[in-house]
Design a protein around this ligand. Structure first.
Ligand code: C2E
Ligand code: MG
Ligand code: MG
Length: 740
């Protein structure tokens, strides 16, 4: 109450005041002799004071605190009902009326005590330390401290607040010690502290607004995510960071949901302080009080930018090739669907190009995969640069690319583009100072002429691409229906050949090699044929390339090797022949690491001495990997096997290698010997080969000798041996030596 509220007289009087007024009135009446008798007055006064005291005690008893009143010496004058009632603790010191507080603390009431308090720096006392407690009570009693309070755990997870205060008056000093149970407040404080901790430690942004959406509180994550500080946000509304990406209907739906369900959940685009728009997962809750009145909104949100970026990366991986950054087959098919639908609508044309890099495998094998990857990346960029704006280039896998060329006027457009791609790849790519060339073989199919779905057009372009490869690589071919027929036929042959090898349909014919002067047999060449029940006797030229491509050459070559060794041994056993048998070796067979072991096994199996076996290798097989060739030839020579180069002159040989390889003979190809007697150039070439071979101490076999004239010419030249229809056609073993 303030002074201005009215004169003190108008206040309602407290019972204690009324009692004192009664005492005063009685005293006045006694002095004036107008009131009661002396003894009656005294009784009235005592009664009034007694009432006052009762009232005071009743008041103290009704308090929640435990109250204990001491005099300056520490004698306990009064304790209220709470202090000695049920559940009272009275602190650590038990207070009972008449007892002495200091004595209860284990000290003498008249002494200074063990501890002297410095009033300028009152200590934080430990309530279980009785000397400390006594020292504080003593300091308050002496007026050194005005008051003192401390909280302490009172057992059973409860907390008490102890207050020690002083009442001075009428020449005496009283010390009042109260204990209040503050457990509920402590718990609430602890809860609040925890909530604040959770609020700020949360990785999600949290915003609390009042019912009018004014921001009351934001957490640290909010500041981090949005870039706004708490000071910038408080008092504003969440419209501060709206992105403008959502229309009015979006927010209407949000408010409707908050009104009806009390919450809203969803993805929202908001704007950071730096202007960046970002996606967030937002949850808003309307908070109502007990009466159901809306008091607050609590919004929590997660920044989805990282997750979205991650999703984009996964999306990229799913659609783009990581090395070349080109679309991958998945995206290619999607694009194809779109391009084809467009072409169908507009009755237009488009081309599908399959590009296969011709010599990429060699780069990968010799320079390693890292160099291979970089080469792919550079080649892809180059190809891309030569395409038109709307063209689409994808990596199909390995060294194969597919281009879609929409909006073609005619097929020639595709041809011109293919030529541009080929021209681009004529330029060397510099990889760490190494000049590399990767040329593509390109197959082209055209929609709708060759097909209308992806798989058909792809198959046609593939066939055309294989055609380009067999046509000497580094060129392009359009698909033609003839290719299809050939491919079908080829597939049929492949599966029949696979069965044929398994069923033992291969046979060997042997062609004699003779001495040009004496005409004596100096060897045989084993030539494989396929005795097919459906196709008849198939010449090797028709099935060896298929066997090589279909992965059957290993089994085929190995059979030939063993069969030739077996035959040589059989002839030896019969005393029919003691000359070596030459076996043709495919480059793929020769490239295998275990080739030498295979030869050794074939010899051992037939129990044949190595000198009875000759291996015919092509120039290509030796030049593909000269280090491997050198190693393998040396090991074969060490075995004792004879080694010759077949079809000499048709490939690309380095004379330096010829000198280094441990060879025994050269076989001059029929394409040169057939010119003998007709073509002076061919005759010169044959003469030169014989010359070189002899200088390198190699013997020479001339192949394809069909006439006596050719034989005479060779004899004249000094060519060692001849092989041909004139000197002996290839024939089954039993025809050559009927006994076998
Ligand atoms: P090649 O090794 O150069 O074999 C010589 C080819 O010339 C044989 O053809 C033979 O029949 C043919 N020939 C021999 N003398 C004459 C002649 O006077 N005139 C004509 N026009 N041709 C003659 P064939 O048997 O068709 O073999 C062709 C090719 O097939 C062989 O050429 C060889 O490269 C390959 N080949 C044959 N057998 C095998 C084999 O077992 N394994 C491997 N990998 N390739 C083989
Ligand atoms: Mg041969
Ligand atoms: Mg030959």
């Amino acid at each position: 109450m303030r002074e201005s509220d009215g004169p003190p007289r108008s206040r309602p009087s407290l019972p204690v005041v009324r009692a004192l007024e009664k005492v005063a009135r009685t005293l006045v009446a006694l002095r004036e002799g107008t009131g009661p008798r002396h003894d009656e007055a005294l009784a009235a006064i005592a009664g009034a004071l007694h009432d006052t005291e009762r009232l005071a005690f009743q008041t103290l008893d009704s308090l929640f605190e435990q109250v204990c009143v001491l005099d300056a010496r520490g004698d306990v004058l009064y304790t209220n009902a709470k202090a000695h009632g049920e559940g009272s603790s009275g602190g650590v010191v038990r207070c009972t009326i008449g007892a002495n507080y200091f004595a209860a603390c284990g000290e003498s009431p008249d002494d200074e005590g063990a501890i002297v308090i410095d009033p300028s720096a009152p200590p934080r006392i430990d309530p279980t330390s009785l000397p400390e407690l006594a020292a504080v009570v003593r300091a308050v009693a002496k007026g050194q401290l005005d008051a003192y309070e401390f909280e302490y755990p009172a057992g059973d997870d409860r907390w008490h607040l102890c207050r020690i205060g002083r009442v001075d008056g009428a020449g005496s000093t009283l010390v009042v010690v109260t204990h209040e149970d503050v457990t509920a407040r402590k718990l609430a404080e602890r809860e609040l502290r925890l909530s604040a901790c959770v609020f700020h430690a949360s990785a999600d942004g949290i915003v609390i607004t009042d019912a009018a959406e004014r921001i009351l509180s934001v957490n640290h994550a909010f500041e981090r995510i949005t870039g706004y500080t708490a000071a910038e946000a408080l008092g504003r509304t969440p419209r501060l960071w709206q992105s403008g990406r959502h229309d009015a209907a979006f927010y209407e739906e949000m408010w409707a949901s908050l009104r009806e369900d009390g919450r809203w959940l969803g993805e929202v685009w908001n704007r950071r302080k730096n202007g960046e728009v970002f996606p967030e997962w937002l949850s808003i809750m309307a908070v109502r009080d007990d009466a159901g009145r809306l008091t607050h909104y609590v919004a929590t949100f997660t920044d989805l930018s990282d997750r979205k970026a991650q999703e984009r990366r996964i999306e990229d991986l799913a659609h783009f090739d990581p090395i070349t950054k080109l679309p991958n087959p998945v995206l290619l098919r999607e694009r194809f669907t779109w391009v084809a639908a467009n072409a169908a609508r507009q009755k237009g044309r488009f081309a599908l190009l399959v590009l296969d890099l011709d010599n990429f495998k060699t780069v990968n094998d010799t320079l390693g995969h890292t160099a291979g990857d970089r080469l792919l990346e550079r080649t892809a960029a180059r190809l891309r640069s030569r395409l038109r704006e709307g063209d689409f280039l994808a990596r199909q896998g390995g060294d194969e690319f597919i281009a879609l060329l929409p909006d073609l006027h005619d097929a020639q457009d595709a041809a011109r583009l293919a030529e541009r791609l080929l021209a681009e790849t004529q330029l060397a790519i510099d990889l760490d100072g190494r000049e590399l060339f990767v040329t593509p073989s390109i197959g082209i199919s055209v929609y709708p002429d060759d097909g209308s779905d992806f798989d058909t057009l792809r198959r046609c372009a593939d066939l055309a691409m294989y055609h380009a490869k067999t046509n000497g690589r580094n060129n392009y071919q359009f698909f033609t229906s003839g290719m299809n027929a050939r491919a079908v036929e080829r597939l049929a042959i492949e599966s029949r050949l696979r069965q044929g090898i398994a069923r033992g349909e291969l046979v060997l014919h042997y062609q004699p090699q003779v001495h040009t002067i004496s005409g004596a047999r100096v060897g045989f060449e084993a030539l494989v044929r396929w005795q097919s029940p459906e196709l008849g006797l198939v010449p090797p030229i028709s099935f060896i390339p298929i066997a090589e491509e279909a992965g059957l050459i290993g089994a085929l070559g190995s059979w030939v090797l063993r069969e030739a060794c077996r035959q040589a041994r059989a002839w030896r056993d019969l005393g029919c022949s003691s000359v070596p048998i030459a076996v043709n070796v495919s480059p793929l067979q020769f490239a295998r690491e275990d080739f030498v072991d295979e030869v050794r096994r074939a010899l051992a199996e037939a129990d044949l001495e190595a000198t009875s076996l000759e291996l015919e290798l092509t120039e290509g097989a030796l030049m593909q990997d000269t280090a491997h060739a050198q190693r393998t030839l040396v090991r074969l020579r060490d075995l004792g096997v004879r080694l010759s180069i077949d079809d000499f002159g048709t490939g690309y040989s380095s004379l330096a290698y010829l000198k280094r390889f441990p060879l025994d003979a050269l076989k001059v190809d029929r394409s040169f010997t057939s010119g003998i007697g007709r073509d002076r150039d061919d005759e010169s070439i044959v003469g030169a080969v014989v010359d070189i071979a002899h200088k390198l101490r190699l013997s020479v076999v001339a192949e394809g000798i069909e006439t006596a004239e050719q034989l005479a010419f060779l004899r004249e030249l000094g060519c060692d041996h001849a092989q041909g229809y004139f000197t002996g056609r290839p024939a089954p073993a039993e025809q050559l030596f009927p006994a076998s």
